[in-house]
Design a protein around this ligand. Structure first.
Ligand SMILES: Nc1ncnc2c1ncn2[C@@H]1O[C@H](COP(=O)(O)OP(=O)(O)O)[C@@H](O)[C@H]1O
Ligand SMILES: [Mg+2]
Length: 200
């Protein structure tokens, strides 16, 4: 299975990725945990380029292509080979994050971004995307200085949230949308139940 976590910054994705990985370990299910951008050596370099404010201004198209390059390498080098070996892949952010954030920046057409992103990953769709959703208003201030993506203004985060929700609504069978304000234990148990129901 290919399972993806999506949502805004600080909503608890990495926390739930770790919880799901622990649950998979307890069940003896072979799995790998990875993330975008940055899941391969090339991706680590690209992640630095797209997130480090010291890199300076990066043109929106160039930035989109760097995210796309990270995805292409990641799917080629890690995701597809692991899935082919029957290993469950749990990924912290994927195509929806690129669409939501690049689209929310408004410099690029969202359909163009979606096309580039899906092309980059060879149309590899997650079996399940868990969207952790919450109002970004509270979270944005604390993280504003951290990096370039997270340094985007509150309007961008609000637009990105709506894009995430729209993507989920367009394909409800492949998404689990959860209120990120629920407790960690509560979320972990709902997510585990959902994954268990899919693997049978
Ligand atoms: N359900 C939750 N309720 C309250 N705080 C949480 C919850 N899940 C995670 N956190 C805390 O919120 C912060 C961001 O969590 P993290 O998993 O790093 O989010 P993300 O990976 O989405 O940026 C961390 O300090 C984490 O301990
Ligand atoms: Mg994280």
């Amino acid at each position: 299975m290919f399972i993806v976590f999506e949502g805004g910054d600080g909503v608890g994705k990495t926390t739930q990725v770790a919880r799901l990985a622990q649950w998979l370990s307890d069940r003896g299910t072979p799995h790998v945990v990875t993330r975008q951008p940055g899941g391969t050596p090339v991706g680590v370099e690209l992640r630095r380029l797209v997130l480090d404010p010291a890199v300076g201004h990066v043109d929106a198209r160039a930035e989109a292509l760097m995210y796309a390059a990270d995805k292409a390498q990641h799917v080629h080098e890690l995701i597809e080979p692991e899935l082919a070996r029957g290993v469950t892949v749990v990924c912290d952010r994927y195509v929806d994050s690129m669409i939501a954030y690049q689209g929310a920046g408004r410099a690029l057409d969202i359909d163009d971004v979606a096309r580039i992103a899906w092309w980059a990953v060879g149309d590899r769709r997650p079996d399940l995307t868990i969207l952790l959703d919450t109002d970004p208003a509270g979270a944005v201030e604390a993280i504003a200085a951290k990096d370039r993506l997270e340094g985007a203004g509150p309007e961008v985060h609000g637009r990105a949230r709506r894009f995430f929700l729209d993507l989920a609504a367009a394909d409800p069978d492949r998404y689990l949308v959860l209120d990120a304000r629920r407790s960690r234990d509560d979320l972990a148990s709902v997510i585990a139940d959902k994954v268990a129901s899919l693997v049978g």
